[in-house]
Design a protein around this ligand. Structure first.
Ligand code: PMP
Length: 352
């Protein structure tokens, strides 16, 4: 820490990207829930063409993208805001709406806690019950903003839409943020409820089902009043947050929806196949509605499995805390060949 750093940043805990950086060195990357499939060929062309206009600033409202999404998702363009990844949208939300604190499950996307701490937001966590979010635990939230990833990460388990609606309806004085980063792989979206309730924001990303994690594109859908608040924050600190190549690439992938749908089906098929194979060799595998599996073996530690895969140049995600998930690993669904290699190494560890 330099002597010039503002004292409020003395104890920052940045998001841990070390495993990700390491895995860029020729590893099979099953640790960050990216897509194993290249972006649509239309994306290459669009990004290439957009590069010709990089002398100009990008459209701060991403109008072409918003219009396309508006017709696909049945929300108005004024109800959509784009972020540099959905992480940026989450950051805007923590800046804008968490004056009365935040609440989220104890086991969920780690970025909520990191952002809460960064913004000095007072937060509480609610324990999962048998790895599931229990709606009855989300009452009397004292105007805290509620963050629910649906499906949840790293468990992969989805809540039913009626349960999501219950959380929204029973907390009219709290804003509810439903993070749908993985919704394309399973579960029911809450997006239509933005027209029924005034306390809901739904976030989404192009990083998973649309194979565009490196382009950094996410968005949220909410009512016009909340959308204006978020837009004002965005336009104050980062008006041109989505670069022109990413805007063009995003539009191109939306125009090639068949490609996305084909990949989603393939991932689901490989996921279910991998789940069955892991169960056959003694793994507990939670029921996943996502592009990853959350697994533990009945006798072999999570760390041992993680290390064995790592020494075979396969990177998965190991969580050493909290204690109740310390034997679990999260495995991103790769292509069939990658899953085959992963299973071969795991089988060797299990049968030794
Ligand atoms: N929400 C959840 C639950 C996630 O797992 C992730 C990705 N790690 C994100 C949001 C952020 O995704 P991105 O910023 O790439 O859109």
């Amino acid at each position: 820490m330099s002597k010039f750093l503002h004292s409020k940043y003395n104890s920052l805990t940045p998001y841990d990207t070390s495993g990700e950086i390491e895995s860029m060195n020729g590893y099979i990357r099953l640790n960050t829930n990216e897509s194993p499939f290249e972006p649509s060929i239309q994306v290459f062309k669009a990004a290439h063409d957009a590069a010709k206009g990089l002398n100009f600033y990008s459209d701060p409202d991403c109008r072409a993208l918003a219009e396309k999404l508006s017709s696909m998702l049945n929300v108005k363009t004024s109800e959509i805001i784009f972020g540099n990844g959905s992480d940026e949208i989450l950051n805007f939300i923590f800046m804008a709406f968490c004056e009365n604190g935040a609440v989220f499950p104890d086991i969920t996307y780690s970025f909520y806690k990191i952002l809460a701490e960064f913004h000095g937001v007072d937060y509480v966590t609610v324990p999962l019950k048998n790895f599931e979010i229990c709606t009855d635990d989300y009452v009397n939230m004292n105007r805290r903003t509620i963050f629910i990833a649906n499906p949840n990460a790293p468990t992969g388990i989805a809540l039913k839409l009626c349960d999501i609606e219950k959380i929204i309806a029973q907390n009219p004085d709290s804003l509810v943020v439903i993070d749908e980063a993985y919704i394309d792989f399973g579960g029911e979206s809450a997006k239509d409820l933005i027209h029924k309730y005034d306390n809901l924001i739904v976030t989404r990303t192009f990083s998973k089902s649309r194979s565009m994690a490196g382009a950094r594109l996410g968005f949220c859908m909410t009512n016009e009043e909340l959308a204006k608040d978020i837009r004002d924050i965005k336009n104050t600190i980062t008006p041109y947050n989505i670069n022109a190549m990413t805007q063009a690439a995003g539009l191109a992938v939306l125009n090639d929806e068949d490609y996305t749908q084909k990949n989603i089906k393939l991932i689901q098929r490989i996921r279910d196949n991998t789940k069955n194979k892991l169960r056959e060799i003694g793994f507990e595998v939670l029921d996943s509605s996502t592009n990853f599996l959350f697994v533990r073996h009945e006798t072999i530690s999570g760390e041992k499995i993680f290390e064995a895969l790592k020494s075979n140049k396969i990177m998965i995600r190991h969580f050493n805390k909290p204690a109740e998930i310390s034997n679990f690993n999260r495995i991103t669904i790769g292509n069939a060949e990658q899953m085959q290699k992963m299973l071969e190494v795991i089988k060797e560890v299990v049968t030794k």
